[in-house]
Unconditional design. Structure first.
Lengths: 214, 214
């Protein structure tokens, strides 16, 4: 801790996906006033073995101290930095239907390190409105607006039929990160473009399995 | 295939969470008209090694044939059965705000094997309405309604402040499965009760990491 963070190449997808879970768990421990935690008890709360935790953290440097465990606040902040919550990423939301509204009104973008700069939609009834401080603009203004206000991420909450064509249009405008709620597997010929998909069905099917088998 | 499915005890959480992804991928292959797939090419599309796939499937019996690969339709149907999509589970949604509306209108509950029997809310403006064929009832009617119409799962799309108290009330009414969108870690003293949490933030933070590090 406090030392420069070593980033190994080729960190596996599974490790990267556990980082936000560690961050969430450590944030909760912090909120509960807990200052130190062992890999054993952190793992127990998360259903992960202690050795898995030590192995995961070893991808990013040395976080713990033998016999002492982890310093909760420092580890939480360090993982936050690795995840980029201190980078102030900029974001727009495209598609202000029910789901788009719900995210604008309730999702803590700021806590995740994102500023919502604007929202876009095609419906005249919603264009010009302000949702939780965010102005909704017409899709026709997207080119001009993004030309002046580059963003890191676009939240896609549009109908699946138009998902790929809108994504293509945004990629051509320089967008490289998509938080994709359309339930369509999007793709881009540009390997720099990252798609992060929310698959609600995967979660419900996991629950379906559990209520039938556990 | 065609033989009875052997279910091993203590299948790990990681394996269970991969099942819906296999199901989704195989459903897509089916839709593309592909009839056979090797563990190698299935893995390549999913970012999973072939040996991991064989190991995962071995938890549930023998699905493939040496040198032939997997029969896409049969494997898809078998995993669907393991996940319970053929069980016709019953479900209600509690909290018809923007997110609840979005799920009722757009989420394919039927494809996941769930029938939405009713929705509940406290707001007089929405009680009595019908959203995509589902009647919205008052929360005060929940006891009487669930007494006559037991359900397997409740979708919780209510404010976080009331999440645990509403969950407790539903557990006391016999509910054992919760699809939890409240971003609160819910708990129950009853070990039979399963909570499946959707953590939007974990997904956005994974994207945040990727756009900064890949």
């Amino acid at each position: 801790m406090g030392e420069s963070v070593l980033r190994k190449e080729n960190i596996s997808d599974a490790v990267i996906r556990r980082l936000p879970r560690y961050y969430r768990q450590l944030s909760e421990l912090r909120a509960r006033g807990i200052t130190r935690v062992s890999s054993l008890s952190l793992g127990r709360e998360m259903g992960i073995t202690a050795s898995q935790i030590r192995q995961d953290f070893s991808c990013f440097g040395e976080f713990g101290q033998q016999g002492y465990g982890y310093h909760v606040r420092e580890l939480c902040e360090e993982i936050g930095r690795i995840l980029g919550v201190d980078r102030n990423h900029h974001l727009i939301l495209v598609g202000v239907g029910h789901l788009g509204h719900a995210l604008l009104q309730n999702f803590p973008f700021g806590k995740c390190g994102f500023t919502v700069d604007a929202a876009f939609d095609v419906a005249p009834g919603v264009i010009g409105a302000t949702v939780n401080g965010v102005t909704v603009r017409g899709m026709g203004d997207m080119e001009a607006w993004l030309g002046k206000n580059p963003v890191d991420v676009v939240v896609l909450t549009i109908p699946r039929e138009v998902a790929q064509s809108v994504a293509d249009r945004l990629v051509s405008l320089g967008v490289r990160g998509f938080w994709n709620f359309t339930n369509v597997e999007l793709s881009s010929a540009n390997p720099e473009v990252k798609f992060e998909n929310i698959h609600f069905a995967d979660s419900l099917l996991t629950l379906s399995y559990r209520i039938a088998n556990d």
